[in-house]
Ligand binder design. Sequence first.
Ligand code: HEC
Ligand code: HEC
Ligand code: HEC
Length: 212
Amino acid sequence: MAGQEEKDKTGGRLQRLWRQPKSWWLLGIPLGAWCMFVFGLVAVVGAEVMIYQTGTDKFCAGACHSMEAFTAPEWRDSIHYSNTSGVQAGCSDCHIPHIYPQKLWVKATSGARDIYGEIRGVISTREKYEGHRPAMAELVWQRMKENDSRECRYCHNSESFDIASQNEYAARAHQQGLSQGQTCIDCHKGIAHMTPDEAAAEFARLETSEPR
Ligand code: HEC
Ligand code: HEC
Ligand code: HEC
């Protein structure tokens, strides 16, 4: 049985871990490894499902009262909701990075801020929402300026612009603006929501036309 001894000394050393152990408590080693593996698998799949579920338009547009009541209707009126090509930009397409680890960081920090804000009711009424809109919009613009409108470029690739078939304003702006270091959000604010100025005008008008 020399061969068996040889095997035990080399590769057999590892295998011994998986064999029926001599004392019952040693069973904990393979059992523990399997538990860790199953736990890891469940954690990874669970996290992936959660990341997906909290990134759908259904969740972002309807999870809390203020988005459902004030934000989503404006998006549904916009070209990014419905257009001739039928390609839709959802909330997370523009607001959440598409790459890791930035995606997780933004989801965690914005998620925490949004939940805290919802609990305190900072934007629970139309008046409060409009009061906060300039600051909220500014935050989005600032982030987009900093990352060179990265999320816009996920769909709009300026290298693929057919400049010749754009109208003359667009063609001139894109050729000059982009080469002078401007970014999409510098010129294209309010492409899924009203800008704060538009909103202020709209709600001033609504208030005066509703004396009832
Ligand atoms: C998920 C893909 C997607 C993302 C992300 C996206 N867009 Fe768009 N965008 C579209 C589609 C689709 C259209 C409509 C194209 C059409 O039918 O002409 C469009 C249209 C536009 C238009 C033309 C508006 C008009 O009135 O004709 C502008 C400007 C624009 N997008 C800017 C942006 C900016 C700025 C961002 C980033 C904040 C952005 N887009 C993010 C897909 C996207
Ligand atoms: C310097 C200002 C400026 C910058 C920077 C800029 N745009 Fe534009 N864009 C314009 C103007 C002006 C128009 C024409 C608007 C109009 O016709 O009402 C336009 C039009 C468009 C259109 C509609 C084109 C069409 O022919 O239907 C899209 C889409 C668009 N821009 C996307 C972008 C994206 C994406 C970026 C960033 C890569 C960007 N723009 C950067 C000024 C700019
Ligand atoms: C095409 C890109 C795009 C899409 C799609 C989009 N947003 Fe925005 N969002 C912006 C930009 C850009 C701003 C900054 C203000 C502006 O320019 O309208 C903004 C601003 C906001 C604000 C601050 C308040 C305001 O009106 O400025 C909230 C809240 C918000 N978005 C939530 C959402 C939710 C929820 C959805 C989906 C229902 C959504 N966004 C879809 C680009 C987008």
